[in-house]
Design a binder for this molecule. Structure first.
Ligand code: UDP
Length: 238
């Protein structure tokens, strides 16, 4: 069945990916673009070969997570830029888990970037481009009906498990997992980890130099963006 999968109509085009229907109603094709945006698309550009790297890096992480008991939408990588995934009904909540203070946490609370947290912090953001992904809490998720209590509990448990699996895997490759954004969806009643896990959606810092090896190089005009993405791919064996 999977071997004869063919792309059908474009269902959705986002900032970094396109989603196509396939001949199987349960499966979609996720196509990774080189387009990069930041600050809610106020800054736009391209990162050469980013799509190829994010596809390959996401495959490494999804395979590892599946082995470690985190169910994901990953089925298999088809080629350089395309991944076959299970169709999800996306929960409109971005789940961020943090191990080190950075980004919006540093800004919002006036904290110094780079301080390790004694335990991971989990945050929720409402997925909405027009609203700039506002931060929300568990009450908003439940009372406004974005997910049920069992679904939310499962998403948090899978987020912490994902963090606990990826952190040591990356640490062994001299990469600090500072924070990452995860998305989940429903597939035949089960919550699965979806989207992608890559330098666009995580903060990766080199363990010894502290150098940023992720999309912050693009966001903050630090240069050597492509090299950083390639180095992450090399270190994780993508
Ligand atoms: N992130 C993401 N998509 C978003 C917002 C954040 O993938 O729309 C990731 C980001 O790359 C980082 C983590 O989520 O790894 C935490 O981001 P933060 O809240 O600090 O926001 P930022 O300052 O990056 O906008």
């Amino acid at each position: 069945m999977n071997d004869s999968v063919e792309a059908r109509e474009l269902l959705y085009e986002g900032k970094a990916k396109k989603l196509f229907a396939t001949s199987d109603p349960d499966l979609l094709l996720q196509y990774f673009k080189d387009d990069a945006t930041a600050f809610n698309a106020k800054k736009r550009g391209t990162i050469a070969e980013k799509g190829v790297i994010n596809n390959a890096v996401s495959e490494v992480f999804f395979r590892l997570l599946e082995r470690e008991g985190v169910p994901t939408h990953f089925v298999r990588r088809l080629d350089d830029r395309r991944m076959l995934v299970k169709r999800l009904e996306i929960v409109p909540v971005e789940v961020v888990v943090r191990n080190v203070i950075a980004g919006s946490l540093a800004k919002r609370l006036g904290l110094d970037e780079g301080k390790p947290l004694p335990e991971p912090i989990v945050e929720f953001f409402y997925k909405s481009d027009p609203l700039d992904d506002p931060m929300i809490n568990a009450w908003h998720v439940l009372v406004l009906g974005m997910a049920t209590k069992p679904e939310l509990d499962r998403m948090v448990a899978l987020t912490l498990r994902t963090n606990a699996v990826l952190r040591p895997f990356l640490a062994a490759r001299d990469i600090v997992l500072v924070d990452m954004k995860l998305e989940f969806g429903r597939h035949h009643g089960e919550i699965l980890l979806g989207d992608e896990i890559c330098p666009d959606t995580c903060r990766f810092w080199d363990s010894s130099s502290g150098e940023k090896m992720d999309k912050d190089r693009f966001r903050r005009d630090l240069g050597r963006v492509e090299e950083a993405y390639q180095e992450i791919a090399r270190r994780v064996g993508a």
